[in-house]
Design a protein around this ligand. Structure first.
Ligand code: ADP
Ligand code: MG
Ligand code: ZN
Length: 510
């Protein structure tokens, strides 16, 4: 039976949302966190394993230096304190895809703590606002293996005929980044949750520490939410104790983060408004139906019997090594975005579309190989973004390179193609027909370059439309549109409309 929900408006009118976001990021190191096994995605099951990551008796772990460096760089980029001394801990629980029966993690001594990240979000009133997300901690741990349940309708263990387990992923380095409870998010809670994960993804990508592919699970988000009664006087709101949270696990796209938070808040509101109590539990998000369902009950004091890992030495980076890593940090994404926006001359609205389309890097590369910023933006955050969205793919996965878009932009600017021809060439590019110039040749797409023929067509249309000509001469320049249309028709659509307009106005001027 479906859970009851209130509308989002009713939810926000009565309650104040609080968020808590846990993000797991898989590092892009060549080898695992505690052994030398490779981390290549998609390899033959159980081909990237050894006694350490299989948890065989007597096998001893050794920490991956690159993994620690990445953790420190992430911590620094999130404005955290870096612990001069921290330890790994064993988190004990049984799960078939975790061969050691404990996960090597960090507990009360995380490598990074107490940071923040400023996040820009859509304020819902046509502008953008900034929310400062407070970071509780970022700690190192390892991934588990992966179970596949075969047979049965749902792909879950219930009703399956048998299960397979692949330990290739067991031991891949993970960083878990946990926020403090985020208060004061108000009705934009879902957008802020999404904007945070998106900003974090940009930051991690800029750091070069992970491929941050949510659909492949290298970036995963657990979204905690709770509600507390809304105070009439906003200044009193912070005094109200936090409500009971639920934790929606493994939400694996930005859009799902926003939808899952919105749904879960309305579900909490219905429970509370009906006089009930929210159960502290994990929930599963269902992309198809847009609801969450109950997972397992979870108390704060879940007994993992954490204790310090005896087989690994403490991590104690020197102040100099931390400073050296600090010098490798890239320009912060928000600052970089502002700089690029002003270099490119985009309006706030244009830049927001570009960011939402995930096109910042692609536009940067396209401009670097010769396109105008406006030309690069037009294609990447226009037609290509639409296409990627419709296919559920990333912009970078369409098989279109920055160089191809720069070439297309060049053909338009050089007067060889008009807009509608360029769109046909783009279709060809998406269909894998090759480079823009070759596609234009193969499809016979080219503007008439013969000025004499163009001028003759313009003269003929002017002669045939004396009333329109009078209007234009009388100051109604918009009327030229009708003449341009006729010239374009006479030229079989193969004329440059801007040039035709120029010719018409030139002639009527004299
Ligand atoms: P767990 O082990 O249950 O995953 P964590 O401490 O790792 O717990 O993460 C819990 C997350 O939920 C953190 O981001 C925390 O700030 C947040 N949180 C804690 N209490 C609340 C609450 N009442 N409402 C919303 N978020 C909360
Ligand atoms: Mg957690
Ligand atoms: Zn191994």
């Amino acid at each position: 039976m479906a859970d009851e929900v209130l509308t989002y408006e009713e939810t926000i009118a009565a309650y104040d949302p609080v968020l808590g976001l846990e993000v797991h990021v898989e590092l892009g190191t060549a080898t695992k966190m505690f052994c030398g096994c490779p981390t290549t995605f998609g390899a033959e099951p159980n081909s990237q394993v050894c006694p350490v990551c299989l948890g065989l008796p007597g096998a001893l772990p050794v920490v991956n230096e690159k993994g620690v460096e990445s953790a420190i760089r992430i911590g620094l980029a999130l404005n955290c304190e870096i612990a001069p001394w921290s330890r790994f801990a064993r988190k004990n629980y049984f799960y078939p895809d975790m061969p050691k029966n404990f996960q090597t993690s960090q507990y009360d001594e995380p490598i990074a703590h107490d940071g923040w990240l400023d996040v820009e979000y859509d304020d819902g009133a046509g502008g953008s606002a900034v929310y400062r997300v407070l970071i509780e901690r970022a700690h190192m741990e390892e991934d588990t293996g992966k179970s596949t349940h075969v047979g049965g309708a749902t792909g879950r263990i219930h009703g399956a005929d048998y299960s397979l387990v692949d330990y290739n992923r067991a031991g891949i380095p993970l960083i878990e980044i946990v926020t403090k409870p985020l208060t004061g998010v108000g009705e934009r809670a879902p957008e802020i949750a999404r904007a945070y994960v998106s900003a974090l993804r940009d930051l991690l990508r800029a750091l070069g520490v992970s491929d941050v592919k949510m659909e492949q699970g290298s970036l995963r988000c657990d979204a905690n939410v709770s509600l507390r009664p809304r105070k009439k006087r906003p200044e009193k709101q912070e005094d109200v104790p936090l409500g009971t949270r639920t934790e929606t696990k493994n939400v694996n796209s930005l859009r799902s983060v926003e939808r899952a938070v919105r749904y879960e808040l309305t579900r909490h509101a219905a429970v509370l408004a009906g006089g009930g109590a929210v159960l502290q539990e994990t929930r599963h998000w269902h992309e198809d139906t847009g609801v969450t369902t109950s997972g397992r009950e979870k108390s704060d004091a879940e007994d993992y019997r954490y204790f310090p890992e005896p087989d690994l030495v403490p991590v104690a980076p020197s102040a100099e090594s931390v400073d050296a890593l600090r010098r490798t940090l890239p320009e912060p994404p928000v600052q970089r975005r502002r700089r690029l926006q002003s270099e490119w001359g985009f309006t706030d609205l244009e830049m927001r579309d570009v960011v939402n389309a995930g096109a910042v890097e692609l536009i940067e590369s396209t401009v670097a190989v010769g396109a105008t910023p406006a030309g690069a933006r037009k294609w990447w955050s226009g037609e290509l973004a639409r296409r990627a969205n419709a296919d559920g793919r990333e912009l970078g996965e369409l098989g279109i390179t920055p160089r191809m878009i720069a070439e297309l932009d060049g053909l338009v600017r050089g007067g060889r193609l008009n807009d509608s021809m360029a769109r046909q060439v783009l279709e060809g590019m998406l269909a894998g027909e090759g480079n823009p110039a070759a596609i234009a040749d193969a499809r016979g797409l080219a503007l008439v370059q013969d000025e004499g023929a163009l001028a003759a067509a313009v003269d003929a249309v002017i002669a045939a439309n004396p009333e329109v000509v009078d209007k234009i001469r009388g100051g109604k320049v918009q009327a030229a549109g009708a003449l341009i249309g006729q010239v374009m028709k006479a030229m079989g659509g193969r004329a440059d409309a801007a040039r035709v307009r120029e010719l018409i106005l030139e002639r009527l001027d004299s």
